[in-house]
Design a protein around this ligand. Structure first.
Ligand SMILES: C[S@@+](CC[C@H](N)C(=O)[O-])C[C@H]1O[C@@H](n2cnc3c(N)ncnc32)[C@H](O)[C@@H]1O
Length: 460
């Protein structure tokens, strides 16, 4: 399959050697605030609104020399116009990004590494998930920290599409209501995505159009609707220059990974990786064969009511993930806990020796309770879970309890991998000798000789 857009033989020859990008200048957004969802009366751009003309032109895809406000259609990694998906290991992503972001992508150390292979080989399949449509299910036991999938997206584009305010005159902005302006923004975003869609190889065109669309009645066209339903927000450094919040950030729509459903107690987590240009899914706890693999679509520390609000655009009316989401008494417990999880537990060892009948780790109970509650809620994907494991690791090193240190070290190692942290646990914690030469162990020795020094210890 050739992905040619130019027909002259001269142009084609040039494109064989040089990947091509399309560029056009777009800046600013015409509105802020969330786009509409659900059923919108009078969805679509107002009848008298005339679409912006998109005057794009083709340029050498290898260039990095872009005007600050230029937005470009480009493939990542760069490919030749004659490449098929079979020719490019890991595939490629059709991107609609600013020149600034293209430069950032290409200056990433190691870019473009291949996406990782799933740990132990592919261990999932996409099948029917009942009311949720399709979903991803484990075909064998997947262990905490394992890579379940690592996929280069089919499409990457802005979360909030930039629309050229210079072309939308003040007259237009004054003429229409807020909802109509939102509809215009959606319409323009839909047009921009359509251009990216047109550049996809046929396999991706088909896969993209087969994705679920929960935005059929709010003015989103069939392209932007699918991105709103299936896109993963890209976290980290890839964002437009001088932007903050959602503006200037990007969303990645995948083929298989976009089939993963939401849970308020997810057993997997997703992370974005610039060097492989991929969305990676890790298990945050052991996932038995036959279990559905789930991730979070919203902030898990919000209350059930707030989460319901965030899930509404996906057409999820009642998530029913666990009794913590559906049973009123359990909801109350869970809401209180999730609010508490936002404040870290800070502990200090007692300055006096424990009484004979008191366990030496009685003071650690608040952190142990925190860990237990996080596990009961199925919140191993939260950074608070990692923080609590780290805290317990340090405390039990200080208490010189080797068995517990080894146990928490093992758990923390899996969790660090699961959260996509590039830094592994200090190897010292994986052997008895290493533990005995660690800082907290030595501090405990010192505290035995000089009890006053223990008073200065804090475990956060
Ligand atoms: C990114 S897609 C996930 C894959 C989708 N189930 C499919 O069939 O392709 C998001 C859509 O899946 C459905 N979904 C995801 N999680 C759900 C949940 N916990 N409860 C009900 N529906 C869910 C919703 O329809 C949502 O709009």
């Amino acid at each position: 399959m050739k992905r040619g857009f130019l027909t002259t033989s001269k142009a084609q020859k040039q494109l064989e050697k040089e990947p091509v990008s399309w560029q056009y200048a777009q800046t600013k957004t015409i509105m802020s605030g969330p786009l509409s969802h659900g059923v919108v009366q009078e969805a679509g751009a107002p009848k008298d609104y005339r679409s912006l003309e998109r005057a794009y032109h083709e340029i050498d895809g290898n260039t990095m020399n872009y005007a600050p406000d230029a937005y470009i259609y480009t493939t990542v990694p760069p490919i030749s116009m004659r490449d098929t998906l079979a020719d490019v290991p890991g595939g490629w992503t059709e991107c609609f990004v600013s020149g600034h972001v293209k430069r950032m992508i290409h200056s990433t150390p190691g870019f473009p590494r291949l996406p990782l292979r799933p740990t132990g080989g592919k261990g999932y399949r996409i099948i029917n998930a009942g009311d949720k449509g399709l979903g991803m299910f484990a075909t064998r036991l997947i262990r905490t920290g394992d890579v379940i999938a690592d996929e280069r997206p089919m499409l990457v584009g802005p979360i909030v599409n930039p629309v050229n305010t210079a072309k939308l005159s003040g007259e237009i902005i004054e003429k229409y209501s807020t909802e109509q302006l939102k509809q215009i923004a959606l319409h323009e975003a839909g047009q921009a995505v359509k251009l990216a869609f047109d550049r996809l190889p046929p396999e991706y065109k088909r896969a993209f159009m087969e994705l679920y669309n929960s935005h059929k009645e709010d003015g989103s066209n069939e392209f932007i609707g699918r991105i709103r339903t299936n896109g993963f927000a890209i976290n980290g450094r890839l964002r437009d220059e001088n932007t903050n919040g959602r503006r200037g950030r990007y969303t990645a729509t995948c083929n298989e990974i976009s089939r993963i459903n939401h849970s308020c107690s997810p057993n997997a987590t997703f992370s974005w990786h610039d060097d492989t240009f991929s969305v990676r899914i890790h298990a945050v706890r052991d996932i038995p064969a036959g279990t559905e693999i789930t991730i979070q679509y919203c902030d898990l520390l919000e209350s059930v009511a707030e989460r319901a609000n965030d899930l509404a655009p996906y057409g999820i009316t009642s998530c029913n993930c666990t009794p913590f989401c559906s049973d009123p008494a359990m909801i109350k417990i869970s809401d209180e806990r999730r609010a508490r999880f936002q404040i870290p537990v800070v502990l200090m060892p007692p300055s006096v020796k424990p009484k004979a009948d008191e366990p030496k780790d009685a003071w650690v109970q608040p952190a142990l309770t925190r860990l237990l509650e996080l596990e009961e809620e199925g919140l191993q994907s939260l950074d608070e879970y990692r923080r609590t494991l780290h805290q317990l690791l340090n405390i039990y090193t200080y208490l010189q309890d080797v068995e517990k240190v080894l146990m928490y070290a093992q758990k923390l190692r899996g969790t660090l991998k699961a959260l996509g942290r590039s830094k592994d646990l200090d190897k010292g914690y994986l052997s008895v000798e290493g533990i005995k030469s660690s800082t907290f162990w030595n501090m405990a020795d010192m505290a035995k000789m000089m009890p006053m020094s223990a008073m200065m210890m804090t475990f956060a």
